[in-house]
Design a protein around this ligand. Structure first.
Ligand SMILES: CNc1nc2cc(C(=O)NN)ccc2[nH]1
Length: 373
């Protein structure tokens, strides 16, 4: 714990990095998976459980929180940490991605975005400055610049326009954020699936000397190999001494392959959202508990797991709960999935420390491929 924001690398194994982000509210062990707490809750979980699984930081979505309960209201209630009773770091995204994907986008220009709330249809305008102001009102520890995340496929001209505007917005966010020693504002590399635009974005952001950098605009429908190619293209132009956060990623396989390329931080709704839809992540791959084959399978998901949801409940019962659409089904599978994700990250961190990440990756992938015995 420090009064300032510090990132230190403690071990490397090839391009894989083990590190720590130290902030006043706590230390983030990297590579890190950040559970998504969209509207101030990691859905179907108590935050004590989320912490006990090993999460050092959770994510809040600015778009959702600004609409409900509202940024000023959260501030009046003591800030997000107080409201949701999470005393560790929180990273908030800028809202840009949700505005593009969830809201009724009305206008996007140099000033910012104007959109209709998906909650009550009210019109909102968000500028880079307002996004940083909202994240400050929420009490966010790591704030993300406002950027424009273009859905792929898109024309090179469109991707370049959005990337250049995102660079100008990054400068405005840096000014708006100012100097907050115990907090950080991260830039976001954009540029779609066009290598020279990715390089241009990374180099221009590096010149802003921000405290950390995200790779955005990926996992938006492109094949995994394209995503990995863009990571390979971008990372050499990102400052090695700063944290690298791959936004919205991903599956366990995505994360292994991205750690191998030098990524430090991840967030994804995959473990929580798919848990609510009946999907279990395990050491032997994915299991869809809706499938009738589980109806009388008395085995637990993983008898060796430390998580009660994986170890103490039969697949038959989980299948029943999922088929009956019972809340407990989503609760237990979310618990299992976040436990698996955090155990995977803990295994990755240990493997890098011990210089055996390549073997760990191969063994993990082999066990997934072996399937559910
Ligand atoms: C699930 N895929 C996915 N891609 C994302 C990209 C961004 C981004 O570029 N924000 N500026 C954010 C969230 C994402 N989630």
């Amino acid at each position: 714990m420090t009064e300032t924001f510090q990132f230190k690398l403690t071990a490397t194994d090839g391009k894989a990095r083990r590190g720590e982000v130290s902030m006043p509210r706590g230390t983030i062990r990297t590579p890190a998976f950040m559970p998504v707490g969209t509207v101030g809750t990691v859905k179907a979980m108590y935050l004590d459980q989320v912490r006990d699984l090993g999460a050092d930081i959770i994510l809040g979505n600015t778009y959702h929180l600004m609409l409900r309960p509202g940024a000023e209201r959260v501030a009046r209630l003591g800030g997000l940490h107080e409201l949701i009773r999470w005393k560790h770091p929180i990273l908030t995204d800028s809202g840009g991605f949700q505005v593009m994907s969830l809201s009724g986008l009305r206008k996007l220009d140099e000033q910012g975005v104007t959109f209709k709330s998906h909650v009550d249809g009210a019109l909102h305008h968000m500028s880079p400055e307002r996004s940083i102001e909202i994240q400050g009102l929420l009490g966010s520890d790591i704030q993300m610049q406002l950027d424009e995340c273009v859905a792929l496929p898109a024309s090179p001209k469109e991707i370049e326009r959005a990337m250049e505007m995102s660079l100008r917005w990054a400068e405005r966010c840096k000014v708006a954020f100012g100097d907050q020693p115990g907090k950080a504002m991260f830039g976001i590399v954009q540029g779609g699936d066009i290598p020279h635009l990715r390089v241009r974005s990374a180099q221009a952001l590096a010149a802003l000397d921000l405290k950390g950098y995200a790779i955005g605009g990926l996992a938006v429908g492109e094949p995994q190999e394209v995503m990995l190619d863009m990571i390979d293209t971008t990372i050499p132009h990102m400052p090695a001494e700063k944290p690298r956060y791959l936004m919205g990623v991903g599956t366990p396989d995505d994360m292994l392959k991205s750690v191998a390329r030098g990524v430090d931080m991840f967030d994804c709704v995959m473990p929580t959202r798919s848990g609510r839809h009946g999907l279990a992540f395990t050491r032997r791959g994915r299991i869809n508990l809706r499938n009738a084959r589980h109806a009388e399978d008395m085995r637990p998901l993983d008898e060796e797991s430390s998580c009660p949801a994986a170890r103490d409940y039969s697949r038959a019962y989980l299948h029943h709960l999922v088929r009956a659409n019972e809340s407990l089904g989503g609760m237990l599978l979310t618990w299992n999935n976040l436990s698996y994700y955090q155990d995977l990250m803990a295994g990755i961190r240990k493997a890098i420390e011990e210089g055996r990440f390549a073997d760990f990756m191969a063994q993990t992938q082999e066990e997934w491929a072996r399937g559910d015995l």
